[in-house]
Design a protein around this ligand. Structure first.
Ligand code: FAD
Length: 509
């Protein structure tokens, strides 16, 4: 960015996206680089869901300098070691997508290649027994990973569950403390420059006109600037991801404080359960073509762990993304830029990816097309990767109970996913983090969990004699079995490290 007058940035919208973007901008830019203002309307509610995250969020916290313990206390937060998937590949199936590795590589080949080689030779190990994160999840235990990479208890990562509305409030405090200016007001008009066509200002219901050099659209599904004003097209992906509605309801927390999100497949979609300190968040994400709203609400209310704490609330959506999240002098983040269902808790990550890329490609007073193109290329790649990952959950199934699952099994999938599936089936090769979300271990856990098994393996695995590989696998499995019981329970850990003070006893209960 060139020196001179600071850029006037106006963020429209104060949901999770608006406040994450605002906090990152005032943390990453100096006052002589940008003045940041956020406009939000008390009359227009935020979507009010979005309570599970992935480990990348820790990078966001580090970047903006948020202390996670303080954040978890402020948001009734808990820790997350992964997601448990029930009934996904087939009814009765149960697997975890852990935030961590499945075993250590051997002989230049990934661990799952050695595991598959052993399997093909008749040694039937359960690959989940080699994941520390899964063993800890199943035992409801949590502690911070050990930084010493030689120890088995270093082989995992973690994320958070939190109360979404409290999180936005928490960020607001941080951002305002660092100079962000907040204005309450409803935007009634978006005004474009007659010559350039860029957005020049917004008009509030009070009559105030807020001018800016650059605008960030965080107005949620409305996409007030990016869609309604600049008409950036929305690419519809609902033929691959047919769920288009959700019922969400909080309930009293019953039983264990699990360090994982639970996702249970149902006849017309899936149900989430997110454990917080003071309650559980629940929701049924479903396809309205396959179940009525009333039936879906009844299914959700019938499986709560505890007493409902509110009436269920319906949210409607369509899977897809803007073809250009950055158009002219407007960048969209959050629901304004696209929506992918919360099956892998990726929306908050996509907000993070948007603002971090904006900071890297930060514009001057005049927007440069090369920066815009690069931004859109990066964001498209992020969305494509998440999309393929999500579609795989639906496509690779052998469920016979309901039409949704047959439809998803038989649907034409994107070529990019076809190629990934074929490569995994042939030699067990899976994508890696290098190209965006997700890591090799995430892809492997999903592919194997959904019942896709490779018929061959990476020949590099043969560099280690099979007997040696088997002995090493036994050693790794035994190390996990020995170490996990020494961890504190998740409830004790939360009570000790980050309980909302009045709740310590409640968390442990
Ligand atoms: C069912 C469901 C479950 C989800 N679960 C997860 C999850 O577990 N993990 C995850 O990462 N993500 C999840 N998400 C996504 C997550 O909720 C969103 O990405 C996140 O909350 C960001 O929303 P937002 O800020 O873009 O939009 P919103 O929360 O809708 O905020 C929009 C803001 O714009 C303002 N606004 C709108 N119009 C105007 C106007 N005219 N004038 C002034 N202000 C205006 C509103 O007042 C509000 O402040 C989920 C989404 C859904 C639908």
């Amino acid at each position: 960015m060139s020196s001179g007058e600071p850029l006037d940035i106006v963020i429209v919208g104060g949901g999770t996206a608006g406040w994450m973007v605002g906090t990152a901008l005032v943390s990453g830019l100096r006052p002589n680089q940008a003045r940041v203002r956020l406009v939000e309307s008390d009359d227009i509610a935020t979507v009010g869901v979005g309570e599970a995250t992935i480990p990348a969020m820790r990078d966001y916290n580090r970047f903006v300098g948020i202390d996670e313990v303080e954040m978890l206390r402020a948001t009734n937060g808990t820790f997350k070691l992964g997601i448990e998937f029930l009934d996904w590949g087939f009814q009765g199936s149960n697997y975890h997508h852990p935030f961590g590795v499945h075993g250590q590589a051997m002989g230049g080949a990934a661990f799952h290649q050695q595991w598959n080689r052993a399997r093909l030779a008749g040694h039937d190990f359960d690959i989940e027994e080699f994941s520390y994160a899964i063993a800890a999840s199943r035992a409801d235990r949590f502690e911070f990973p050990n930084p010493d990479p030689s120890l088995i208890e270093s082989s995992y990562s973690y994320a958070y569950h939190f109360d979404a509305s409290l999180y936005a409030k928490f960020l607001r405090k941080v951002a305002e403390g660092r100079g962000l200016k907040r204005t309450e007001g409803k935007v009634v008009a978006v005004n474009r420059d007659g010559l350039s066509g860029d957005v020049a200002s917004i008009t509030l219901a009070s009559g105030e006109v807020v001018k800016g050099d650059f605008f960030v659209d965080c107005t949620g599904f409305r996409g007030l600037l990016i869609g309604q004003t600049l008409e950036s097209p929305f690419e519809d992906w609902s033929h691959w991801l047919p769920c288009d509605r959700a019922w969400a309801v909080p309930c009293a927390r019953g039983g264990r404080l699990t360090p994982f999100t639970r996702s249970t497949a149902r006849e017309a979609g899936w149900i989430w359960r997110i454990p917080l300190q003071h309650r559980s968040g629940n929701g049924y994400v479903y396809s309205s073509a396959h179940i009525s709203d009333d039936e879906a609400a009844a299914v959700l209310m019938g499986q709560l762990d505890g007493e409902a704490l509110d009436e269920p609330r319906q949210i409607r959506f369509k899977a897809g993304r803007r073809t250009a999240s950055w158009t002219r002098n407007v960048m969209a983040a959050g629901l304004a830029s696209g929506f992918l269902e919360p099956l892998e808790s990726t929306s908050i990550y996509l907000v993070q990816a948007a603002v971090m890329n904006l900071l890297k490609l930060f514009p001057g007073k005049r927007v440069e097309p090369a920066l815009v193109d690069e931004f859109n290329r990066r964001i498209d790649r992020e969305y494509d990767r998440v999309r393929d990952f999500l579609i795989l959950h639906y496509h690779a199934n052998t469920r016979t109970d309901a039409p949704l699952w047959k439809q998803c099994r038989e649907m034409e999938i994107p070529d990019s996913l076809k190629q990934k599936l074929e490569l995994f089936r042939r030699r067990g090769h899976a994508p890696s983090h290098r190209d965006g979300l997700f890591s090799l271990h995430s892809w492997t856990s999903l592919l194997l969990g959904q019942g896709v098994t490779p018929e061959g393996y990476d020949r590099l695995a043969d560099n280690v004699p099979l007997s040696q590989a088997l002995a090493e696998m036994e050693r790794q499995r035994a190390a996990i079995t020995r170490r996990v019981p020494l961890m504190p329970s998740h409830a004790d850990f939360v009570a000790r490290h980050c309980a909302v003070p009045a709740r310590t006893a409640e968390v442990v209960a």
